[in-house]
Design a protein around this ligand. Structure first.
Ligand SMILES: NC(=O)c1ccc[n+]([C@@H]2O[C@H](COP(=O)([O-])OP(=O)(O)OC[C@H]3O[C@@H](n4cnc5c(N)ncnc54)[C@H](OP(=O)(O)O)[C@@H]3O)[C@@H](O)[C@H]2O)c1
Length: 178
């Protein structure tokens, strides 16, 4: 059974990037990437917001592993020249979530971010698991883990934790459904 997993680094005060989109503040904490290769191997499809997609296109090499999988970019604007495995989506989230799980073919779906894309999936109650890497810094301002939106209680069960030497703590939460 495929899950939609939000695997993301967040500052102690709830930001995923500086106001200009920068993530250099994560560099001293790269020991927390130790499990990324295994996570990446467990992923069959990815979904992200337009801002995150543009950021990754600019900063990651074109042959990055996520480029080989089915990739959906949430955007209300045309994507332009993109690889064949990449499409834009601007409609409802539940059918997209089902389509991504099917495309993942037994693997999981990575909800990459950022805060607006996470908001859309949370509102649709489409996030099955969080892997939150809490980084021991306060950014003070920036891009939020969760963009503003409607209230809605979602309960999760803590299923694992891991503390890294750098002080990053990974918290794994699974959706608790009634
Ligand atoms: N710390 C980490 O591990 C981590 C991980 C991922 C990302 N990030 C950072 O997060 C930042 C981006 O976050 P963000 O919240 O500003 O942006 P985002 O969620 O990546 O992208 C926002 C854009 O996605 C589109 N969008 C969002 N929800 C949509 C919906 N329901 N339907 C259609 N389109 C939708 C819109 O694009 P249009 O305007 O084109 O319609 C919107 O402007 C980047 O700086 C990135 O570096 C950090």
């Amino acid at each position: 059974m495929s899950s939609i997993v939000c695997y993301i680094a967040v500052s102690m005060d709830g930001f995923i990037a500086t106001a200009d989109g920068g993530v250099d503040w994560l560099n001293p904490f790269d020991d927390a990437l130790a499990g990324f290769r295994d996570f990446d191997a467990s992923i069959g499809a990815s979904v992200m917001g337009r801002e995150t997609y543009e950021f990754m296109r600019k900063h990651l090499p074109p042959a990055a592993p996520q480029d080989r999988r089915r990739t959906v970019v949430l955007t209300r604007r045309p994507l332009g020249d993109v690889p064949a495995n990449t499409t834009a989506h601007a409609g409802d989230i539940p059918p997209l979530a089902a389509e991504l799980k099917a495309a993942a073919a037994g693997r999981d779906v990575w909800l990459v971010g950022g805060g607006q894309a996470i908001r859309a999936f949370l509102d649709a109650d489409a996030i099955d698991r969080w892997r939150l890497f809490v980084v021991p810094v306060m950014l003070g301002d920036g891009k939020r883990l969760l963009a503003p939106g409607q209230e809605g209680l979602r309960a999760f069960t803590l299923t694992n934790t891991h503390t890294f030497a750098s002080g990053v703590v990974e918290l794994v939460y699974d959706r608790r459904r009634a």
